[in-house]
Ligand binder design. Structure first.
Ligand code: SF4
Ligand code: SF4
Length: 335
């Protein structure tokens, strides 16, 4: 988030409420009450106003990415996506696919979503269901691929896979399966991080309760990532592996020394991305003050305020060894 009016914002990340129906071992969002609705959460009309304000100062292509929790649990998702479509924004969201049946696939098609990431950690259904905490998740994820493409052939469907201890042995097989799958655009890998919504300490990966998540065999994890790098270099379109080689190299550093791992560059967290929580707060980094409330003020004014300038300066100078920059907010070379 540069503070000159010439700044080029490429993306807006909209966080929907952190509610979920699965019980993943790497995330405790499912502990939040599914029936709860906060009166402070943004409504469809507020999304419409804020997105229209954003339209006034961004160029195409501009992507709006929705997150959660499970985004499909929230009925505002597809309404907000339609608003984005009308504003000529590209849209995307990740999903565990558990709610995708024919009716949902038709609704997603009607909203003309551009890209979806389906969580699938293993081709072994027992491993995936064990990690995701619910029987039938694997089946839902795999059958959603063709269902989504049936109703919206232009949709880009990607697999999102977290590299963990328990699925490490199947990672290459999964990458090869995606490469051969005619309906899949690609696969995005993430390195397992401290489970979301827990109070676990920073050395969580040393705790017995997470033994199956953390890949403790360093030579095995290095061998798998080296093979991913070789595959990525072996074919056009990088064998459909979306992570750049430089990020896969960062995964190796991170897995070999998570305590000593050093973020690749200065934190760029909000350089080009506008981040909005479910209450309309404009966020740069969760560990810092909000820039302002898009409910109460024009978002353009918030992004270019002197307060935003101060917070951005703190972000650029942040010395924390932050794991955010390994996965979703990796911004190294795109090789
Ligand atoms: S990781 Fe995703 S699917 Fe799993 S509980 Fe969290 S939000 Fe739900
Ligand atoms: S804690 Fe620091 S390094 Fe991590 S995301 Fe925030 S500003 Fe960036």
């Amino acid at each position: 988030m540069s503070n000159q009016m010439t700044a080029k914002f490429r993306q807006c990340d909209i966080a929907l409420p952190n509610q979920c129906i699965l019980k993943c071992k790497m995330c405790n969002f499912w502990q939040n009450d599914l029936a709860y609705e906060d009166p402070g959460w943004l409504g469809v009309e507020e999304y419409k106003r804020i997105l229209s304000e954003i339209r006034d100062f961004v160029d195409d292509p501009f992507c709006v990415s929705f997150g959660g929790g499970e985004p499909l649990l929230n009925d505002k998702l597809l309404e907000a996506a339609k608003i984005c479509r009308d504003l000529n924004f590209v849209t995307s969201f990740p999903t565990n696919a558990y709610l995708i049946d024919q009716a949902m696939a038709e609704k997603i098609a009607a909203a003309e979503i551009s890209s979806i990431g389906i969580s699938l950690d293993s081709l072994d259904r027992r491993t995936h269901d064990l990690l995701r905490g619910k029987d039938g998740c694997w089946e839902k994820a795999v059958s959603a691929i063709s269902l989504l493409k049936k109703y919206r052939p232009a949709l880009s469907v990607n697999i999102l896979a977290v590299i963990m201890g328990v699925n490490l042995g199947g990672i290459i097989e999964l990458a090869r399966w995606v490469y051969a799958h005619p309906d899949l655009h690609g696969i995005v890998f993430q390195a397992i991080q401290k489970p979301f919504n827990t109070s676990s300490p920073d050395n969580w990966f040393e705790l017995a309760e997470y033994a199956e998540l953390w890949p403790s065999d360093r030579s095995a994890v290095n061998a798998v990532i080296d093979e991913l790098i070789a595959l990525r270099r072996s074919r056009d379109r990088g064998f459909k592996i979306c992570n750049p080689v430089s990020q896969l190299e960062v995964f190796k550093l991170y897995f070999s020394n998570p305590k000593g791992f050093v973020k690749p560059r200065r934190c760029h967290l909000a350089d080009n991305v506008i981040r909005l929580d479910s209450f309309g707060n404009v966020i740069a980094c969760e560990q810092m003050e909000f820039l302002g409330s898009a409910k109460e003020a024009n978002i353009r004014g918030i992004l270019y305020s002197s307060k935003a300038r101060k917070i951005m300066s703190s972000i650029h100078n942040c010395a924390k060894n932050c794991y955010h920059l390994v996965n979703c907010f990796y911004d190294g070379e795109s090789k």
